[in-house]
Design a protein around this ligand. Structure first.
Ligand code: SF4
Length: 63
């Protein structure tokens, strides 16, 4: 499993990550980001890397 980290201090809740991995990231009705999963399976590494690169705020990382 790969741990997914979001720095909510950086996040501006633009929704890019939620569009790409909706089972992991979700924008709530109040406009805030909620992380639905703290880990993803190893076989989703490429998807996670894409989300990390696409986050315009550099708020997502893995460990
Ligand atoms: S893509 Fe980045 S800035 Fe946008 S909602 Fe996701 S974590 Fe926040």
């Amino acid at each position: 499993m790969i741990k997914v980290n979001v720095d909510l201090q950086r996040c501006d809740a633009n929704g890019t990550c939620a569009a790409l991995m909706p089972d992991v990231f979700q924008i709530e009705k109040d406009g805030t980001l909620v992380q639905l999963a703290s880990e993803v399976q190893d076989d989703r590494e490429n998807d996670l890397e894409e989300v990390i690169l696409c986050c315009p705020m550099g708020a997502i990382s893995r460990s």
